[in-house]
Design a binder for this molecule. Sequence first.
Ligand code: 13P
Length: 256
Amino acid sequence: MKSPLIIANWKMKVSGDEALTLARQAVKATAKYKSAEIVLCPGFTELAGVASAIKGSSLKLGAQDCFWEESGAFTGEISPQALFSYGASYVIIGHSERREHLAETGAMIRKKIFTAFRVGLVPVLCIGESFSQRQEGQKEVALIQELHQALDGLWLTEAQRLVVAYEPVWVIGSGQAVSGDEAEHTHQVIKQTLYDLFPASVVQEQLRIIYGGSVDPENVAQFTIQPTVDGVLVGGASLDATVFTALVAAAVKAGC
Ligand code: 13P
């Protein structure tokens, strides 16, 4: 049984003391679920505080984005190198909210992925189809295209790990997740594409595919029991320690 990877994306919803409190509560409440790998992704200004709140626990730190250069004249951007030195080990890249609101392109996402690897971060590449792409039967085409845009020409060393997060855009924040069966089918398409891009051993040992989009304590097991679902990326249900802990408990119980 694989250990589920559970990534909490707090988005721009938790700040200041609230973030510290939530991190401390999460440390305490999830401590007994040792078989899950849990990553908290607060906003940039909360990284240092959350890093100290989770110090000594098994929880890991992630960021919600990074820039594609390590340093330079890029006003307002965040260096992946700085994230790494703050203690982050993961970075979410290409979230659909950034693709939509900040016009992030496949080319930008690709550069971010390469730079994240260079500094030692594990990228969490988000891909997902829009509602209209799905209605037009273009879901798989859209996902395969996003994977190629981000990953073509990438070689992983043995030590490097990559996470692909499948998040159907139209499901995010809706309270209506897709079914476990649909997630599994889509993950198989993603996995097949990864086999086209990487050697089989890399896909089997170094890549994980997780599902995101309205995951909650009640539905998480229907995803984590699926053979190609390695974990979940959680938005709303990660903002309350009790709800998040119930989600972790259900994911661990169902296994991965
Ligand atoms: P929700 O869990 O709130 O749908 O958000 C999912 C998401 O966007 C995580 O990155």
